[in-house]
Ligand binder design. Sequence first.
Ligand SMILES: Cc1ncc(COP(=O)(O)O)c(C=O)c1O
Length: 447
Amino acid sequence: MTSPPAAPTAFGTPETLPKVAYGKGVYVYDDAGKQYIDGSGGPSLFCIGHGHPEVGAAIKAQIDRIAHGYRYTFTSDPLEALEGLIVEEGGLERMVFVSGGSEAVESCLKVALQYHAANGEPSRRRFIARERSWHGNTLGALSVSGFQARRAPFEGALIEASFLSPVNLYRPPPGVAPDEVAAYCADELEREILRLGAERVAAFIFEPVVGAAGGAVPAPPGYAQRVRDICDRHGVLLIADEVMCGVGRCCAWRALAYDGVVPDIMALAKGLAGGYLPLGAAVYRQRIHQRIVGTHGEILTGHTYAGHTTACAAGLAVQRIIRRDGLVAKAKEDGNYVFARLRETIGDRDYVGDIRGRGLLIGVELVADRASKEPFDPELQLFARVRERALDNGLICYPMGGNVDGVRGDQVILSPPYTATRSELDEIIDKFGLSLKQVFDASPGKP
Ligand SMILES: Cc1ncc(COP(=O)(O)O)c(C=O)c1O
């Protein structure tokens, strides 16, 4: 038996976690009255902050009427209105609602498989994904996730998938110059399709801006377009996992719109209902819908809670607020502000290797040596120390380990609610800088 790798998990046990009491705007309070500023919107989830009265009112109004109209019996106003909004913002015409990100990805994978079966190409079963990516905890989503520590206990039972190099300008594949990363990594996809035989490949799934597994890593310009062309050439479907980067966080409502690319299938969750109720969606092109329905009669995915009426009412309220208050544009501008302030305040510190991201999905990678980009010893669990220190200081951020090779690497994501004011963003940046300083001052060079 091989021993498991050091597990880069940043989560406390229930015994050590504070007990949440309530939230208001970007602030969360525990039952001892301690205030935390939510610098990461939890796990990049709470896009309009906490306790928004309009969302609360929408949820209450719906639940007072009826909690849920089951999908095979009823449609509903909130479901139809939210669908309409997603079609307008997302550029894809059809969807199935689910209860979160893993389910959304799971349904995306199934839609791809069912499409090929319906299209007379049932041999297209294989998924291609990327290392240092995260798509979720269900078996299918985990099978296409390049997150070693989370996969390890399940290896042998996962669906076989191909994994390509991470697409990361700070850590390019060996021997590849930064300005060649886009072309090199896209061409890697084509090589893998040809190696497998295109007739065996169902889809390529990727995060347009990698979230937890990489630490807010956008692909360089040109990559997404090139990948789109390769998929088209070989009849491979392109699945964009926008669970973390979508819904306005990364300079456009749909992150891939920033790259000028439309995927065939897209996973949405987190920001859709902003953490108020569990909601996600697998969204896909009309032609996929038509082919599947034409051959099999219906899309064979979705669950009892699909299109849960109150969850859709929550999602609709969140999306209407985002639209009405111009929060996508605000998040873009605020992202530039946070980048500039981070560079100014912590950019010169010895242990800050990279500050990257897009919009309000920002990652700070911590390194032992800036010149060589050598990560810290994973035994130190540095990212977990940062998390603890930040919580002590009343800051919620999103640190994670393993971004370099699955085991080594420490990075922290800042992804505040789009509603945060400039002074609240300043507070997040100051508390983050202080927390890092305290961790490293405690034991310079070897925290
Ligand atoms: C990109 C991405 N996909 C999928 C998931 C899984 O979502 P959930 O945890 O809601 O199941 C996550 C969660 O962090 C994610 O970041």
